[in-house]
Design a protein around this ligand. Sequence first.
Ligand code: DGL
Length: 274
Amino acid sequence: MTSFDVQANGPIGIFDSGIGGLTVAKSITDLLPNESIIYFGDTKHLPYGEKSDVAIKHYTHKICHFLLAQGCKCIVVACNTAATAAYDSVMNDDLIKVPVVDVVNPLVDEVINQDFEKVGIIATRATIRSDKYRQKLLSKKSNIEVHQMATPLLVPMIEEGFYQNNISKEIIHKYLDNAAFKDIEALLLACTHYPLIKDEIQSIVGNEISVLDSTLVAASRLKEVLVENNIENNTDQAVKHKFLVSDLTDSFKQTAAHFYQGEIDLEWNDIWKS
Ligand code: DGL
């Protein structure tokens, strides 16, 4: 019995503003090898981090409806910017009658579980503007100290594959060398792209600071949600993944392999045409 009227052998819908969410998709396909996914990257509109809340909400609802029309049994909002701007309104959308997992709540719970008292957050401008991470952390632990900073140069830098060099180290260092980040116990990488520079960040901040991202905790949360709702795929049907993007260029194809840590076929599907 499932409380949602969905097919347990249907795919999991995962979406992001672009290809960065493939870091989350990778954790999901690793943790749940029996599950098929439909990934949608809204490359036509990225970066969401520089868009207004109104625009991000509009994109997010439309993409969720598209994934449902593809038969997805649940949705993962892999984009931090979409999750902070639109998760609440997605939860209130009567047309979205499947479980929805995001990347923000599992990371907030991880911070609470590890009992940190002073944390730093880096993310896109829109995520920081939303203040959602701080509000959620404070609602669960009123004495937690949260310092946050937009780090907008990092997304294009990572997309260009421009990291693990002296200039990228200098940029990261410049951002993190901030009085507010002194004495933090944990640094939250609240953006799909940042796991690719996690090692670089860790080496800059030193091992006393825990550097956390959402990829594994979001995949684990998804697993729990599938089990709770009795919608894991237990059939022998072959796993089939689809990776769709609303705009397709050679550079997206190349970058996708870095983010997914393996070759994938991106298909062009411009849901905005109709
Ligand atoms: N996917 C976005 C996020 O996690 C980063 C890229 C963008 O700004 O669209 O916030």
